[in-house]
Design a protein around this ligand. Sequence first.
Ligand code: MN
Length: 394
Amino acid sequence: MSPFKLVAAGVTDVGRVRDGNEDDFIDQADRLGLVAVADGMGGHRAGEVASATALEALRAAVANGRSLRDAIEGANDAVLEKSESHRELHGMGTTLTAGMLGSDGQLVVGHVGDSRAYLVRDGELTQITNDHSLVEELVRGGELTPEQAEVHPRRSIITRALGIDPQVEVDEYPIDLRPGDRILLCSDGLTTMVRPDDIAGILNREHDPKRAAQLLVDAANEAGGEDNVTAVIIDAVEVTHDDATAAAAVPDDDTADAPPVKPRRRTGRTVLRVLVWVLPILAVLAVAFFAVGWYARNTYYVGIDRGRVTVFQGVEGGLLGWDPTIDRRTTIDPGALTPAQREDITDGKKFSSRSEADAYVTRLRQGIEARTPATTIPVPPESTVPPITATPPS
Ligand code: MN
């Protein structure tokens, strides 16, 4: 028997902005010693189905004696199966951060997504889990500072979730409990709204776990409540002889009124949190961006610059930040062209290669010569064009 029992309490709230609550949690630690937070996502009502499905499957698997990792993988299967068999639920997914008490006094935290587990020990708050999020990966890769990540517009993009792929990678963090340890499981609706120092302050100040969870939720709402917010607080309490006797008589050591899984709530949230497939999409966009760049650099047009017909490399007006550059200035005065030719080049006449653009310029020159009486001085050939640096400003 574990030298500890878990005293847990959770609070969830829709927040100040969303129409429905897609978060869900388990705070009835009881004989299973299981606690969890799940943050669902998906259009319409799919998000709340995802989080509730994951927690139901998790609880059932743990009750059947499976390990935490096994149970989380089973929850992944359950969400994916439901998603694939109901068109309106397609693409749904959920985070899952769960804690399970072992007989050796260890609490194992299993984790997928960007919900978090924290430990408060001797007044110090430590983050246990690493987010599976795009900004977290950018921070790890040195591309963002933690401060930039906090306010990054893409900070809600997660890179791992349950219900997306048949395989899911579960991170596990074993905690060797000590008397007085307090663990917080929470959704990103808390951590994006309330700074760690303020979370630590509340967890240290309020002894009662239910009231502390409520204070955290209140703080998130006071800060704007931009997302659903959930906090589950778990206190590790040493088991005394009296407790052991009482536990034998009354299996559930938690409040009797808390249901094993919170009932689903209505939701209207239609903002689809971007899932694992966002990374391939970003890769495709990057390829597209450079393809556009290649196109922009391998296209030519003939236009007018400083009162002379000019060959440009690039796309008139630029394309996605790829600006055209002057490839060659000619001596041709646009005034010597026919009105139709002038109109053609005013907005830039496009060519797919330099030689085509050059051939066009040659035709313009030949046209001018053909229209010019023999007695006048012909347009000087290209070789007499002075260097660009010598061209007077227009
Ligand atoms: Mn959330």
